[in-house]
Design a protein around this ligand. Structure first.
Ligand SMILES: [Zn+2]
Length: 219
């Protein structure tokens, strides 16, 4: 990680970004640091992770998913942080909580993705692996201008909301339903598009009722 923790004369802790000569963090320098070491940026699948419409923290999260580095119970067990007896999914489905289980395989995640497919007017069986899941999702709707970038934005929002709901369950014992996660995902994707895509002018009511038309104006 390209950060350094320093103490100034008043013994205040300062975190310094080392990914840029100015020591000021920027999305561009963050992207550069994350892609330069492992050369992941040159691989087509990984290129899908980085997109101007998606906040960097969410892109970083998905980048970690692709490398199986998120703190799932399975990964924490491999590092000796969690005991092997506590490795199962927090939703009592008696499956090992792996990255793909949390985001794609667990019943609640599967229901969320099915909800999103219905919203987009399609029926589809989705794969369980991250890369193929992104590909399948961005292929759901006939390609028109903006559609693929828009679908990718929805995919990131949905993946992020499933992860946040998982954390709410694990750390606060809060149950967020699949329907609620899906609604949060739609709202989050709309917010990102509204802020970052120049010609995206649709209000939330249009977005919720006819997302495919709205996607055509994404840039
Ligand atoms: Zn589960």
């Amino acid at each position: 990680m390209k950060v350094s923790v320093k103490r100034d004369l008043g013994l205040q802790v300062r975190i310094v970004w080392l990914g840029d000569s100015s020591n000021c963090y920027s999305v561009k320098s963050g992207y550069k640091v994350l892609t330069e070491d492992s050369n992941v940026g040159s691989q087509p699948a990984y290129k899908k992770v980085w997109h101007k419409l998606v906040p960097l923290k969410v892109a970083v999260f998905v980048w970690q998913v692709l490398q199986n580095r998120i703190p799932s119970k399975e990964n924490l067990c491999k590092r000796g942080i969690v005991d092997s007896t506590a490795i199962n999914c927090a939703r009592n489905c008696e499956r090992v909580e792996s990255s793909s289980h949390i985001l794609f395989e667990c019943n609640i995640a599967y229901e969320v993705w099915m909800n999103m497919c219905r919203w987009l007017g399609v029926n589809s069986v989705m794969p369980n692996q991250c890369i193929t899941h992104i590909d399948a999702f961005t292929d759901l709707v006939q390609k028109k201008r903006g559609t693929e970038a828009g679908l990718r934005t929805i995919w990131f929002a949905c993946t992020w909301c499933i992860w946040k709901a998982r954390n709410a369950k694990v750390f606060q014992d809060k149950n967020v339903s699949a329907a609620e996660i899906a609604e949060r995902s739609k709202l989050l994707a709309w917010n990102w598009l509204r802020i970052k895509s120049r010609n995206f002018m649709y209000d939330i009511a249009h977005w919720i009722t006819n997302p495919v038309i709205c996607l055509e104006s994404v840039e």
